[in-house]
Design a protein around this ligand. Sequence first.
Ligand code: NAD
Length: 440
Amino acid sequence: MTPVGFVLIGAGSRGADAYAPYAQHHPDEARIVAVAEPDPVRRAKIADLHDIPADRCFGSYDELFAQGQLAQAALICTQDAMHVEPTLAALALGYHVLLEKPMATTPIDCTRLVMAAEAANRMLVIGHVLRYTDFFFLLHELLSAGKIGDIITVAHRENVAHWHMAHSFVRGNWRSKAESTPMILAKCCHDLDIMVWNLGQNITHVGSFGSLSNYQSGRAPAGAPARCLDGCPVESTCAWSAKRIYLDLEPFPHLRDTVAKGEPLPSVWPFNVLSTDTNYAARLAAVQNGPYGRCVYHCDNDVVDHQVVTMEFANGVTASLTMHGMGFEEDRTMRYDGTLGTLTGVFNAQGGRIEIHPHRGTPEVYEVDGRAGHGGGDTGIMKNFVAAIRDGGTPRSTAHESLESHLLAFASEDARISRDVIDMAQYRAKLRATVEGSKQ
Ligand SMILES: NC(=O)c1ccc[n+]([C@@H]2O[C@H](COP(=O)([O-])OP(=O)(O)OC[C@H]3O[C@@H](n4cnc5c(N)ncnc54)[C@H](O)[C@@H]3O)[C@@H](O)[C@H]2O)c1
């Protein structure tokens, strides 16, 4: 079987470590034939791993796209604000595109991308990896099979671990709304996507509340300096100490064991974000000098650390989504109540557990293993995308469906700020008219 050829745009954490490994592990299905990555170390590493010739390695996506179409598909894994231009270029050249979420940083650009994919008759799949996990697939199947009857109400929580909140949304790449996106989009477009998928209905109205409560200077302990290692008086007891997270590896017992055995710390998230090298000296330098060593109360973050979204679906179902960055561990929990019973679910780094409690009858319990990246979703989305290209099928999530969750996230942010309830039909129609108008 001829493998599907890919060009990789952005060989960072997601491009190099989440999606490209699929080609290494399934060489008969996928092959990375070219890369665009400005960082020479990252570029050389991916070229080496995938045997990409020097004349197929580029410093930027515009150089790569200037060569014309080099493969069937493009993996676009640049940062949030750099999604639109390479995606439009790739679609125009005839590539099918797997684009990382969020599609774009404005609702208008998200809408433009979907319309461009339609016009080019190319597949545009967004990195909604949760849909491709065994856990959420089973959850969807159980609900679709009517195990709890007609769904009446849903409560879904995204409990972001306190150290993850600090890493990504206080010290890291998604801390600033202007530089990336609102947190409800960055973190919860997956969750909104899952809810819309399970309900099979559009949402009619959205309301939202939330704010930045903890990770701001007003909460700083007395005498806390700008960086954890600059003599902070509470460093040894602070849950967010950069030493504790990145040097002592406290939230990662399995990695602590690896290092204790004298083995190197693998290049895995979140350490691959600190520096290319993940040894102790490199991590110490990053904590001493880089953004990840900053006190969580003295950063330049402005995204919320807790938000609640309430929704009404077209069939009258009500739902709430709670997201917060104060979790003792990372998980998603959910409860669906229906005419015939209740479904509860817990999804975390190990996999998950789903329980069905019928109003009458015996409960059912399902345990799902999911230790691979994003519960197996990183591999699952690649497998599905490759199969859709090769066999001409429809991917499990279409750009149209992904657009809905993105628009919901933007609308939630608008609702949070305005304190208004957003009418989604009006919201969608206004956007489409704006995009149509801008094309005339
Ligand atoms: N699906 C998910 O669950 C999930 C999880 C985490 C991140 N993401 C998203 O994935 C995207 C990438 O995140 P990341 O953590 O891998 O970021 P990253 O910063 O590690 O990687 C981005 C890469 O793009 C490269 N780049 C910059 N300019 C470029 C150019 N002109 N041409 C080609 N490459 C260029 C950078 O050098 C970097 O290596 C983001 O949009 C992020 O929000 C998705």
